[in-house]
Design a protein around this ligand. Structure first.
Ligand SMILES: [Zn+2]
Length: 323
């Protein structure tokens, strides 16, 4: 086994996280920089290159000490070409040639995939997925994303959209989604989705509820507040969490029925609701899975937090070890 290292880069709309890791997935160094999205995001790639080169200098390392760089990015990624397009939170409107530019700037090989897929790889490798060959991952944040590892391979599909769990239809003709479709999981189970469900259910709710009072008073609410109130047994908040859990349980059950992974891992900001959310999702998951899947596929919470992305990104570079 090589003692060469891996570099992971997890690019997001506010920060880019970096890690130097061993091939066994142990983090040796970590740092991050702010993402400068000005000027159509044209500073992002040069900043990443400069930060990597600077830290190699700092640690007295050279490109020869590394197998390569793995990177996760928002947007539609073409892994074969090493390009990305449509990352609107980075102001990237035209195709970005990540592999070409980062390889030229660092003299190391680059592998790239989308941010949800690298988070899935991270949780599968070093997190709740326990390095099982079959693991599905769903991330609940501003949006809902996902990634699927089947028989040890990350699924991409014919156009890179495999594992986009956020756009699984859970309510035919339901809420309108940014993708143009209706009733997507993302419209109910993202942070904004939970708030939207709360607003709509509040309109029809007649009982006593702190959540209802706050909404009626025009106060700003968050998904976290909804979960916190549900934990305190606020009757409307309990109903909202039940509705959200139903949609999540339904979507994840069908992932289970299709793929029978060892684990379906729930991550992202909304999953901070923890065991409270997991238990309720699991109840619906069990209702909607058939017996063999119910007995063998487990719903778990992610346990790497925000380093899942950078760990999974680094693991992309392992492919260069065999070359
Ligand atoms: Zn959608």
């Amino acid at each position: 086994m090589t003692d060469k290292k891996l570099i992971g880069v997890d690019l997001g709309g506010t920060t880019a996280k970096f890690a130097i890791m061993t091939v066994d997935g142990d983090i040796q160094q970590r740092w991050s920089i702010d993402t400068d999205i000005l000027d159509e995001g044209s500073h992002i790639v040069p900043d990443i290159v400069e930060s990597i080169n600077h830290h190699l200098d700092l640690y007295n390392m050279t490109p020869e000490d590394f197998i390569g760089i793995g990177m996760g990015t928002p947007g539609s990624v073409n892994s074969e070409e090493g390009t990305v397009i449509g990352a609107f939170n980075l102001n990237w409107k035209v195709t970005q040639y990540l592999r070409r530019d980062i390889e030229a700037g660092t003299h190391m090989k680059l592998a790239v995939d989308n941010d949800a897929n690298v988070a899935a790889l991270g949780e599968r490798w070093k997190g709740a997925g326990e390095n099982q060959p079959d693991v599905a991952f769903v991330t609940l944040g501003t949006g809902v994303g996902g990634g699927i590892v089947a028989d040890g391979h990350l699924l991409h599909g014919v156009a890179g959209s495999a594992g986009e769990l956020g756009h699984v239809t859970v309510e035919p003709r339901g809420y309108e989604c940014t993708c143009g479709k209706k009733g997507c999981l993302e419209t109910y189970a993202s942070a904004t989705g939970v708030v939207r469900v709360a607003r709509d259910m509040a309109e029809e709710y007649a009982g006593n509820s702190k959540l209802k009072t706050m909404l009626d008073d025009g106060e700003q609410i968050s998904s976290k507040l909804v979960f916190d109130l549900a934990k305190e047994s606020d009757p409307l908040a309990v109903k909202v969490v039940d509705r959200v859990s139903y949609y999540l349980g339904l979507a994840l059950a069908n992932v289970g029925n299709m793929l029978n992974p060892a684990y379906i891992v729930i991550g992202g900001g909304v999953s901070a609701a923890g065991g409270f959310l997991r238990k309720q999702v699991e109840a619906y998951f069990e209702e909607f899975t058939f017996p063999n899947v119910k007995q063998t596929t487990k719903v778990r919470l992610a346990n790497l937090g925000n380093v899942a992305g950078v760990i999974g990104a680094a693991s992309l570079a392992l492919q260069f070890d065999q070359q």
